[in-house]
Design a binder for this molecule. Structure first.
Ligand code: GLC
Length: 435
C-alpha cells in the first residue's frame, strides 16, 4: 500500500463518525489541536468529512459566562475507560457556559490552530480542482465557523490576558499541547503534588520510558482539581493559580491564527472583528520581544508569576517565523538541523534536559515540523524549510505514522497509527509530491 493510502486508512480506522480519535486506546476522545490538523488531512480526499471534524469540535464550545468561546482540550463525545483523566475527573458538568452544548469537555484549552487550518482548508476548497459543490459547502462552513473562531480568540485574549499585555497565559502544562516539556519543570516545582488517589491509564498503552513520571502527574492532577475548585472562573484562577506561564507555543499559534482570522473576516465581510483582531496582533508583535533568548537565539517561554524567562530551547520557540514575529530564527534552525539527523526535536539536543525518547523532552512531532517549515518558507528561508520537509518525509517512509519519533535514530515512538501524523503527511507531503 502506498504511504498515501496508509495515511488515509489511518484516518478512516480512527474515524468515529464525525470526529477522529488521535489513536485508538491511548486517546479515545476528540482532542482540540489534533482535530484541526486531522481536518486538513481529511480535506485532501473527503472535504465533507473534513468540515465535520470541526463541527464536532465546536460542538463542545462553551457559551455565555466568563468562559464564553472557550474550546476545551478534550471533547468527550463517547464513554471510554481507557483514559485518565476522563470526563468525571474534570468536574465541568453544569459549569457556567456548558448548558446546552453537545458534549462533555475538560476544563483547559489547547493551542488554537483552528483559524489557520480553516484558512488552509478554505484555500484548498477554492482551488480549481474542487467541485462547485465542495466550494459551496466550504463557503457555508466557513461562514458558520467564523463567529465561533472569533469567540474563541476573544476568550483567549479576555480570559488569559485581561490586562492586555499582549502575551496570553496558560494555567496547565497540558494546555500547551507539549505536556512535559522541560520548559515547564521550573514553574511546576511551585505546584504541590496531589495526595489524592488516581489511576493512570497511559502506562497500559505505552512504555514508561516514553511517558512522564509520577511526580509530573501528581502536579498536573493538582492543577486540574485547582481549576475545578475555582469554579473555572478565569479571574479567580489568574489571582491564585500557582502555575502561570506565557507559553511561546500558544502565543505563536494564537498570533498566526489571528492573522489568518483577520484575512478570513475581511474576505467574508466581518470588518469590525477583523479590526479588533488586528489590534491584538499588533500588541503581541510588540510584546513578544520580551521572550527572546539571547542565550539560545530563539523565542522561549516565561514564568508569568515571577517574570523569569524559562530559558529552554524547545521547538515551540522556532514558531516565530510562522507567527510573523520579528526575531529571525533561520540561523538557529540551521544549527538544530546540523545537530540532529531526523527533523526538529521538541527540545534541542545540546540542552541538558534533552531526552530523545521521552515525550516532549526530545522526540520529533511531525505537525510541529510542518508549522515551522511553512513559517520559514513564508519568511524566505526556503532551504531550511525544504530540508525540514525532506527529513519529515524520510521519517514517514522509514518509520510510518507514529505519535512521535526518536530524533537520533528515526525510530517511531508512542502511539502507532496516529491521526495528525497521517494528516500531516497527506496535507504537507503527499500533495506536494504530486506537483
Ligand atoms: C498528548 C499530547 C497532546 C495531544 C494529545 C492527543 O496529550 O501531548 O499535544 O493533543 O496527546 O494526541
Amino acid at each position: 500500500m502506498s504511504l498515501q493510502d496508509q495515511a488515509r486508512a489511518i484516518l478512516m480506522v480512527n474515524d468515529r463518525g464525525g470526529y477522529t480519535l488521535p489513536t485508538d486506546g491511548l486517546y479515545p476522545f476528540q482532542w482540540n489541536w489534533d482535530a484541526s490538523v486531522t481536518a486538513l488531512g481529511w480535506m485532501t480526499f473527503d472535504q465533507k468529512r473534513a468540515w465535520e471534524e470541526l463541527r464536532w469540535l465546536f460542538k463542545g464550545q462553551w457559551r455565555g459566562g466568563p468562559n464564553d468561546g472557550f474550546v476545551a482540550q478534550i471533547n468527550f463525545h463517547a464513554e471510554s475507560d481507557t483514559y485518565f483523566p476522563g470526563p468525571d475527573e474534570w468536574g465541568t458538568d453544569g459549569a457556567i457556559g456548558t448548558q446546552g452544548i453537545g458534549t462533555r469537555t475538560s476544563s483547559i484549552s489547547q493551542p488554537p490552530l483552528h483559524a489557520t487550518m480553516v484558512r488552509w482548508m478554505w484555500m484548498r476548497a477554492c482551488k480549481a480542482s474542487s467541485s462547485t459543490d465542495e466550494q459551496d459547502l466550504a463557503k457555508k462552513e466557513v461562514m458558520e465557523l467564523l463567529p465561533r473562531l472569533v469567540a474563541h480568540h476573544r476568550w483567549w485574549y479576555r480570559a488569559r490576558d485581561p490586562k492586555n499585555t499582549g502575551l496570553v497565559v496558560n494555567i496547565h502544562p497540558w494546555e500547551t499541547g507539549m505536556d512535559n516539556s522541560p520548559a515547564w519543570d521550573e514553574p511546576l516545582r511551585h505546584v504541590p503534588e496531589t495526595t489524592r488517589p488516581y489511576a493512570r491509564r497511559d502506562l497500559g498503552h505505552v512504555d514508561a520510558s516514553m511517558r512522564p513520571p509520577k511526580s509530573f502527574y501528581d502536579r498536573v492532577v493538582y492543577l486540574m482539581d485547582f481549576n475545578r475548585a475555582q469554579g473555572f472562573d478565569p479571574e479567580k484562577i489568574l489571582r491564585t493559580c500557582p502555575y502561570q506561564v506565557n507559553d511561546i507555543g500558544i502565543i505563536s499559534i494564537l498570533q498566526r491564527g489571528s492573522v489568518d482570522l483577520i484575512a478570513l473576516c475581511e474576505e467574508f465581510g466581518l470588518v469590525t472583528e477583523a479590526r479588533e483582531m488586528a489590534q491584538r496582533v499588533q500588541l503581541t508583535r510588540a510584546s513578544v520581544n520580551a521572550l527572546w533568548s539571547p542565550v539560545w537565539h530563539q523565542y522561549v517561554s516565561r514564568n508569568a508569576i515571577t517574570g523569569q524567562l524559562l530559558d529552554v530551547p524547545t521547538s515551540a520557540g522556532l514558531l516565530g517565523a510562522y507567527a510573523g514575529f520579528d526575531g529571525d530564527v533561520g540561523s538557529t534552525i540551521r544549527h538544530w538541523l546540523a545537530e540532529t539527523p531526523y527533523g526538529l526535536p521538541s527540545t534541542r539536543s545540546t540542552y541538558v534536559g534533552f531526552e530523545p525518547l521521552r515525550y516532549w523532552r526530545g522526540p520529533v512531532w511531525q505537525h510541529i515540523n510542518m508549522l515551522i517549515s511553512v513559517g520559514l518558507q513564508d519568511q524566505g528561508h526556503n532551504i531550511e524549510a525544504l530540508e525540514i520537509r525532506r527529513r519529515s518525509e524520510q521519517l514517514f517512509s522509514v518509520a510510518g505514522f507514529h505519535e512521535y519519533y526518536d530524533p537520533l535514530s528515526g525510530k517511531g515512538l508512542g502511539g502507532k497509527t496516529f491521526s495528525w501524523t497521517a494528516a500531516t503527511y497527506l496535507h504537507w507531503i503527499a500533495d506536494w509530491k504530486k506537483k
